[in-house]
Ligand binder design. Structure first.
Ligand SMILES: [Zn+2]
Length: 419
């Protein structure tokens, strides 16, 4: 096996240790040593003096096939043949930006994430490690159901009613190669009103516990993970009780939910997806017609307030957060996911170092489950990035792809430093 040494780097190993100057020796796809003092010999030596070495990041709620979306129409209308290119571009943008892993949420069509994952794993396309998401699973009248009786239309989700339909749909998606099942448990501000009805706002929970539990049992039985879209208190409680692996959004909470999440913190992850809303209320999404006034009409400001309260409390309780989520919109492109790091500091009170742990160590654990990924330590998988200056002094540089000067995944260089 060929060896590579990255020497004289400022190393942030994501174990909780303060950054230090040192050397990392890689053999094949594995880190064999992290040392200080004399630099090690290797077939390839990369001098990283003055540069910041950290584990590769994980996008914790990936939609690879979402590209320049402003409405669900942009997920539904394009053909799968065109969308597979969008998913491939998403995978490349992510690894170019230092995201060596994508923990999949859902895709615009069932097999887009699966197909790209397979091509990346075969070495035919550039991209991160991918746990592929499939189609969102919702219920009649829930998020993603865009039909009314007088105007039936295909939505971005597949709809089930009752546990038996859920069992069949989860089995079908797993048969098609999906790693991560995604359920729409609560409502959403994008579906708050429809056809003169009250619709399904963020505080309601259209999916029932028996459907949710069936999805978890069926997926776990086949070694797959289950992730939920949940903004409501009841939706989040049902999700924890049913044994899901990750909860996305989770704005609303009460004391009982916070206790439940803390108790389950070793078996689940929480992904706040905060930048989407941040952009909507600060004018970042105005290019897509979502001005801050429109965001207010959609009920976004109180969701941000609730998000701050809930996720600050979860940080204090040691619940493992992941960054990323809901990128691929016009105002939030793939490769910009590290913007979440700044939000984690500004909104949830994270230190820059602890925010980076969410992006790296927590993400690695969500991907592999066995602790083999996400830190720079001997014996761990060699997914690392080199950034041109001190990330802890300014987290925002990580959302600029050009500042990420080296990307290594599984011991192989995707992006080589210029030296
Ligand atoms: Zn999403």
């Amino acid at each position: 096996m060929a060896t590579t040494a990255i020497i004289n780097a400022t190393i942030f190993d994501a174990t909780g240790k303060a950054p230090f100057t040192g050397h990392v020796l890689i053999d094949g796809n594995t880190i064999v040593s992290v040392t200080q003092g004399d630099s090690p010999q290797a077939d390839t030596v990369i001098d990283a003096a003055g540069k910041f070495l950290m584990p590769g990041m994980t996008e914790g709620h990936g939609h690879l096939s979402f590209e320049n979306c402003a409405a669900t129409e942009h997920l539904i209308t394009p053909t799968p043949e065109e969308q597979v290119f969008a998913a491939a571009r998403g995978a490349k943008a992510l690894i170019d930006a230092g995201f060596t892993s994508v923990y999949g949420a859902s895709e615009a069509k069932l097999r887009l994430g699966v197909a790209v994952r397979n091509e990346v794993n075969a070495g035919r396309l550039p991209g991160p490690r991918i746990r592929a998401g499939g189609l969102e699973i919702s219920v009649t009248g829930g998020m993603g159901d865009e039909s009314t009786d007088h105007n039936p239309r295909i939505g971005p989700s597949t709809l089930i009613n009752g546990p038996e339909e859920m069992r069949a749909e989860v089995r079908r998606q797993i048969r098609e190669g999906v790693d991560n099942i995604k359920l729409d448990v609560s409502g959403d501000p994008f579906y708050a009103w429809r056809a003169g009805t009250v619709g399904t706002p963020a505080t309601c929970s259209p999916m029932h516990y028996d459907e949710l539990k069936m999805a978890v049992d069926t997926a776990h039985n086949l070694g797959r993970k289950v992730n939920v879209h949940t903004r409501s208190v009841e939706g989040s409680k049902m999700s924890v009780r049913a044994g899901v692996d990750a909860l996305f959004h989770v704005e609303h909470s009460d004391e009982e939910l916070l206790d439940m999440l803390e108790e389950a913190k070793d078996r689940l992850f929480v992904v706040p997806t905060i930048d989407l809303f941040h952009q909507m209320v600060t004018g970042g999404a105005a290019c897509a017609g979502i001005t801050s006034e429109v965001a207010t009409m959609m009920g976004v400001p109180p969701l941000i307030e609730a998000s701050i309260e809930t996720h600050t409390a979860l940080r204090k309780r040691g619940v493992r957060h992941l960054i990323g989520g809901d990128y691929g919109f016009v105002w939030a492109q793939h490769g910009q996911q590290a913007r979440d790091l700044v939000r984690f500091v500004d909104y949830y009170g994270y230190s820059p170092a602890d925010a980076l742990v969410c992006a790296t160590r927590n993400g690695g654990h969500a991907m592999m489950g066995d602790g083999s990924l996400g830190t720079i330590e001997a014996g761990k998988l060699a997914d690392m990035i080199l950034v041109d200056s001190d990330v802890l002094a300014d987290l925002s540089i990580l959302s600029d792809t050009t500042r990420v000067v080296m990307v290594m995944k599984d011991g192989a260089l995707h992006k080589s430093p210029a030296n």
